[in-house]
Design a protein around this ligand. Structure first.
Ligand SMILES: Cc1cc2nc3c(=O)[nH]c(=O)nc-3n(C[C@H](O)[C@H](O)[C@H](O)COP(=O)(O)OP(=O)(O)OC[C@H]3O[C@@H](n4cnc5c(N)ncnc54)[C@H](O)[C@@H]3O)c2cc1C
Length: 384
């Protein structure tokens, strides 16, 4: 009996989060032969994001009808003791919360329509001698791919196998989501509690867009006294901004790691590249990863398309994390400074500053800005 033939592909994409779905669909639309392997049994299972899309994403990408919550213009920042919060209101829509299950499912349909071979319940288990090993529901599968794309999240196995950089600085985040009763006249709001003991930036959030509440917390794993679950319990017991809000449906739990060390330097090599969280494409200041994820994925599609059109011998060197990271220097520096300001009195002093016109202007520049990731805008197009 001869050995089973190993299928040859143009690209194996590992991970069907927003990054993997976008890369796989973009490449299939350009005529390439793509297999997308996802360990989860369904695209809307085990979601790991709140799904807040920022203004810049909403401007540059369109979403299918009914997949975004109402606009949020109001943000309330709380010091650790929660006294005298600072309210910022924007004239434009700053945030909208994606109904992520619907968005992932819509992206999956687009991928299938483009011709992607989407395999659910299929785990990438490693690569040796150019052959990738996948564990699927009907047994093991071996494939040879000209390029492998690591879209497998913050703790990327593909990054390791391709000898690329890996995320070292990770926060852990967890949240609960539930539907709420309509409250005529209420204003959607994003409440953030800052706590320098856990990590710089916002560490506990309550997002109330008038249809759903997202209640969550994130920080360095070693800094939670009593663990992440306990921090979430404490927040649930005393959530800012939720007086009079009535839950109307089941609670969904979400959790996951968040890379905050900034875009990795070496995100491509001769055999493939990294996108999304695997590439560290998350804002070092706000921990937002959805906008970077879309933009970097689009850049990856262009690089892979060029390389494949050169007969698979093209170089991916132009897909360069080091060059992009240079444009993030200011934000990375600010995060490093904030990471050292852990004493509560420093934050109280920071809040005193935030209450001044100059402080509010600085906060607006960080929170209501259009610079989430240093890749230029493209003509408006569909996100999924
Ligand atoms: C609690 C939390 C809240 C967040 N909220 C926001 C927010 O509101 N706004 C924002 O902009 N960003 C937010 N982020 C960050 C943002 O969600 C991520 O940056 C973004 O979703 C990353 O997408 P991705 O496709 O790179 O990774 P993921 O969505 O993590 O997808 C990776 C996929 O790879 C699959 N996978 C992993 N290993 C394998 C394997 N070996 N084989 C096959 N499949 C594999 C996983 O199952 C997963 O589906 C949040 C993160 C967390 C954890």
């Amino acid at each position: 009996m001869g050995a089973a033939r190993i299928p040859d592909l143009d690209v194996l994409v590992v991970g069907a989060g927003l990054a993997g779905l976008r890369v796989a669909t973009g490449l299939a639309r350009r005529g390439h032969d793509v297999l997308l392997a996802e360990a989860r049994p369904s695209l809307s299972a085990n979601i790991r994001t709140t799904g807040i899309f920022v203004h810049r994403t909403l401007q540059d990408y369109s979403f299918p009808d009914g997949t975004l919550g109402p606009p949020i213009r109001r943000m309330v920042l709380y010091p650790p003791g929660r006294r005298r919060p600072v309210e910022l209101v924007s004239a434009r829509e700053e945030f909208r919360v994606g109904r992520m299950g619907l968005i992932y499912e819509a992206a999956g349909e687009q991928a299938l329509r483009a011709g992607v071979d989407l395999r659910l319940s299929t785990r990438y288990a490693g690569r040796a001698g150019g052959v990738c090993h996948l564990e699927g529901p009907r047994g093991d599968l071996r494939v040879r791919a000209r390029y492998v794309v690591g879209a497998d999240g913050a703790r990327s196995r593909v990054a390791r196998d391709l000898g690329l950089d890996r995320n070292r600085q990770l926060l852990v985040g967890a949240e609960e989501v539930y539907p709420i009763a309509a409250r005529p006249g209420s204003t959607p709001a994003f409440h953030c509690v800052l706590d320098p003991r856990l990590a710089p930036g916002y560490l506990a959030w309550v997002v109330d867009d008038g249809e759903h509440v997202h209640l969550g917390t994130a920080g360095y794993p070693t800094r939670f006294e009593g663990g992440l679950r306990r921090a979430l319990d404490d927040l649930r017991a005393d959530p800012p901004g939720l007086a009079g809000v009535r839950r109307t449906g089941p609670v969904e739990q979400r959790a996951g790691p968040i890379p905050v060390g900034g875009l990795l330097r070496r995100i491509s090599g001769p055999d493939g590249l990294l996108v999304g969280d695997a590439a560290g494409a998350v804002s070092p200041l706000t921990a937002g990863g959805l906008d970077p994820c879309l933009r970097l994925s689009d850049r990856a599609v262009e690089s892979l398309d060029d390389a494949l059109r050169a007969g698979g011998r093209g170089s991916l060197d132009g897909y360069d994390g080091r060059a992009l990271r240079r444009r993030l220097t200011g934000r990375l520096g600010l995060r490093t400074v904030l990471a050292h300001l852990r004493a509560p009195w420093v934050h109280e002093a920071g809040f005193a500053l935030l209450r001044t016109p100059a402080g509010r202007a600085a906060a607006r520049a960080v929170l209501f800005h259009d610079q989430s990731f240093p890749l230029e805008s493209r003509p408006r197009e569909a996100a999924v």
